[in-house]
Design a protein around this ligand. Sequence first.
Ligand code: ADP
Ligand code: TRP
Length: 334
Amino acid sequence: MNNNKISLTGIKPTGIPHIGNYFGAIKPALELVNDYNPFYFIADYHALNIIKNKQDMKKLCYNLAATWLACGLDPEKVVFYKQSMVPETFELEVILSAFTPKGLMNRAHAYKAKVDSNKNSGKDPDDGVNIGLFTYPVLMAADILLFDTDLVPVGKDQVQHIEMATDIAQSINYNYQKDLFKIPKPLIQKETQLVIGLDGRKMSKSYNNVIPLFLPENQLRKLIMRIVTNSQTVEEPKNPDESNIFSLYKLFATPEEIEDLKNQYLKGGMGWGYAKNILFEKINSHFKPMREKYNELISDKKYIDKILLEGSEKARYIASKKMRKLRRALGVTN
Ligand code: ADP
Ligand code: TRP
């Protein structure tokens, strides 16, 4: 059943996709595919704020496209595209900018964090801040509002951006006394909204604590062995709720398996090496079929190009209709 509602999400090609991206965005997005009209894309112009090398940009875009496809994205069902291939997005960004108070952008987490860290290290507050970073939320609002999105599957860190898209949409709707934009809602899943990394902090490319999705088996094993634990001995009973291993295990295991491992923690007699091994087996078997698919896809760049071109054509058809309607509503065209 399709309720004719739109789901939309984007991921920036700024690094190797990891299991935080998978559980926070990719998996929930793919679960919506039969009930929504899905629009999923590669946010390459968002990534341009970070990736300034041509070869890196190309490679990261292919990696991310192959990742979505390997995780099960069906291009027959999903409008799958690269943001840069839908230029209507950038015209809309200009329009939205005219309705976005600077103060709203001052409050954006990513910008604020950068300014705070500059201040703390005695630098100019705007050191290393380009306008692209400052107006990041406006571009993201354009991505979302262009397609009259109902639902945006994302991790918790993106909620503020969706609230900003809502604020901007509402002020335009109010100004023209017309529902020009649909108000989007985030879809956040309680269990996977914040996947922790090897060191217990949020798994993030910026913290260098990620478990990439499709690492070769031996490298994956080595990485899992690096998960930070405390210094308790094998004999000691352990608290599963304070363990990074357990918290990752919960993402993959069935309720019975979770209960079973929990009991082993509480009983004592289980060493960290053993728990890491169990986790490795789970992650490895979960991603093995996808990894094989990924390795096939990544060597077929022509196929990926074709999928993204077809997706962007579908997206542009809808986006250009929306833009014509908007231009008329603003009075810039008849
Ligand atoms: P990163 O923080 O590694 O740079 P991105 O900002 O590119 O990741 O995130 C892409 C998507 O994946 C977003 O929807 C984001 O909320 C989600 N995401 C990223 N890291 C996590 C995480 N640790 N837990 C849950 N979701 C995450
Ligand atoms: N800002 C998102 C991130 O950092 C990526 C993104 C860009 C996005 N445009 C979007 C997510 C639109 C959802 C909807 O991960």
